[in-house]
Write a protein that binds this ligand. Sequence first.
Ligand code: GTP
Ligand code: SPV
Ligand code: MN
Length: 619
Amino acid sequence: TTETTTATPATATPGAEIPSDGSTTHARLASWVAEVAALTTPDRIHWVTGSDEEWKALTDELVEVGTFTRLNEDLKPNSFHCASDPSDVARVEDRTYICSVEEKDAGPTNNWMAPDEMKAIMTDLYRGSMKGRTLYVIPFVMGHLNADKPMFGVEITDSAYVVASMRVMARIGTKVLKRIEELDADFVPALHSVGAPLEPGQKDVAWPCSDTKYIVQFPEERMIWSYGSGYGGNALLGKKCYSLRIASVMARDEGWLAEHMLILKLTSPEGTVKYIAAAFPSACGKTNLAMLEPTIPGWKVETLGDDIAWMKFGKDGRLYAVNPEFGLFGVAPGTGWDTNPNAMRTIAKGNSVFTNVALTDDGDIWWEGMTEEKPAHLIDWKGRDWTPESTEPSSHPNSRFCTPIEQCPILAPEYDDPQGVPISAILFGGRRKTTIPLVTEARDWVHGTFMGATLSSETTAAATGAVGVVRRDPMAMLPFIGYNAGDYFNHWIKVGKDADAAKLPKIFYVNWFRRDADGGFVWPGFGENSRVLKWVVERLEGTAAAVETPIGHVPTPESLDTDGLDMTEEQLRIALNVDADEWAAEIPQIQEWFDKFGPTLPTTLWTELDGLKARLGVK
Ligand code: GTP
Ligand code: SPV
Ligand code: MN
């Protein structure tokens, strides 16, 4: 028997299966929830408190319906395995829209539809879409609750998986709601439905979703509507939808930066501290660099963030970064004791959700790259028996661990500072088999903006579509810029122009993924990337040597600390090589990329390209 609620969200709903505080004094929030409930007709409404009891009830329920499998308490306490529908495994960029009022404001890199047209389509989809389900109201804040201006959001979702994941990924619940009420604050309304209503008596599936998917941002209204997917950035709306797409628009309007960047703290053997932010496209190494265990003696890395940085100028004129998130949503495959021991230690503490990885016979999880030796038997992410002889990987390439960042053993204490940390260097990077050297230092902010604007990378499994295709991914933000990317480049240029140049972070371009003739990575990566960080710091301090090349400053082989590095001279030469032919081939691609933007492309970037061509001797 399903009983549809009347739209009175201000009271605890009869029949609610999970206890809730049940009400808000915030008029706009109350009326929005009522409006959504009237449209989507859920069976019940649950105001998410964020309490431990609620987590227990929610996860128990997810186990009962078969969405979650509880892991072995001795191995992974309070942790769960989950398998998505095999069709719902990654962000869907072709279904993601920026519905600005004017098409030109979405620019040439985003899908666009007129807001009214999109709202009509989605309102039809939402009508009755929560039938038979619970409508959860998740008050959340991205960044600190005690920030000068807390960045509130409220996600409405009909997915308990989303509620559990949001509790890990963001600061949520009653304490946030109370603060929204006290301040009578504005919040970003973020509406999510998996689009799988249940008829009376209809049995639910483990992973409800719909073949029809829309991930939509309305930038002027600061509003998010998502439909049809339950996975990752499509559904955890505080993450990419709010903290990048909507926040990038706020940042443009208010003079700051919302970026797809990790934040790390680097301490030298002498005790000098530098904070570094780095933007690499999805599945290109942010989580790994953020948690790096240096291979060079005396150097220390601590983590502040692994995916998103909000950066604002402080009173002292320096650029300060905060991580708006509260959890890690990390790529599982390739994460192991050899590559990222700190991530392994973080998940070992439990309280995590693992999606689309394999289950071991003793109730633990496994994925490719976790251990060198493969387990003799697993249940793969599709629920089938798996052995080392199996022809398919046990885990989906975009399988993820979702785990509290506070469990990270090398979390920097400054993580808790709402003022953030002053950034000394920004790294851009991507996956390129050729062309891009291990590290290049930009001459100045505008040249660094040019490097970011022309960043390229081979596509990964983090989004649906072909993998391994080189595409331009400006500042690693291609799928996340909430407005015209040409205007976004202008914003970067303007931020630099308005700042005190001496206090701006220095910009570098890195590539851990160059290959040799045999197709192997020439650079060992992971902990060895500390050698590049050391060079970066020494460049900041003016102590390391570099060669001036047409593309920027590249280390001399001697200036890079290679003590104890297991690499031939030839491999190092390839890693650092600036090859004239490869760059000559790159130029027309950059030209074509810039042409897309027409008059919105800052002329300074054309000037940078002309300068590069001249230095390369390319016409
Ligand atoms: P998103 O969470 O999608 O934004 O990804 P991310 O940028 O945080 O990427 P992550 O650190 O999770 O790395 C993705 C994949 O790249 C994993 O399989 C890693 O093992 C691999 N990887 C990371 N760093 C390196 C490196 O230095 N060298 C090589 N060869 N692979 C790396
Ligand atoms: C990314 O794709 O860059 C991610 C994972 O960090 S998701 O949350 O799905 O966006
Ligand atoms: Mn990411």
